[in-house]
Design a protein. Structure first.
Length: 175
């Protein structure tokens, strides 16, 4: 049986259990998907939950606000994508190591390309983008756009959140 879940805080609004249980059923897999609301200040709760992944009790976790950055120090390894973005949205066990990955960039770019497929002629400057914010999701979007050859401008109140690998961008700070 596959045991999956979402870690974040708060999670009362999340539709993830319904979506993921439906996906498991559609793939004819037996499993469940639980919410694990862990307060941002509860570092021990975070460690205890990750220990359940290490023990095999939980197969994998999705990660959302506010834990996308603070789980990084608790991972044994980061994928190159998670390392470049500076945020983790997926945790799993591989070879007895806790792996932090980030699938936001690939998902965003896939959706963007699908959206633009029939609209190329309607969008004059298709390879320029303005990204608002510098959190984990914004960094994933910037990473995806840069790797796809876009010119990216970031507008954020706190640009120090940006990963050093993204610093060469044009950054505008709002104070």
């Amino acid at each position: 049986m596959i045991h999956l879940g979402l870690i974040g805080y708060p999670l009362g609004h999340s539709l993830s259990p319904k979506i993921h249980v439906a996906a498991l059923k559609a793939c004819e897999l037996q499993g469940d998907y639980s919410l694990f609301p862990i307060h941002p200040d509860d570092k021990q709760g975070l460690k205890d939950l990750l220990a359940r992944v290490c023990s095999g009790e939980i197969t994998g976790l999705n990660v959302t606000i506010p834990h996308k950055q603070n789980v990084i120090e608790l991972m044994d390894e980061l994928t190159p994508t998670a390392k470049a973005i500076g945020a983790v949205n997926t945790i799993y066990l591989r070879n007895n190591k806790l792996i932090g990955d980030n699938t936001d960039a690939l998902g965003f770019l896939s959706d963007l390309n699908q959206f633009l497929l029939n609209r190329k002629s309607q969008i004059p400057n298709r390879k320029s983008a303005l990204v608002l914010g510098a959190g984990g999701s914004a960094r994933a979007v910037v990473y995806a756009l840069l790797n796809d050859g876009w010119n990216v401008t970031i507008l954020a109140r706190r640009t120090e959140k940006l990963n050093n690998s993204l610093i060469h961008l044009q950054i505008t700070s709002c104070k």
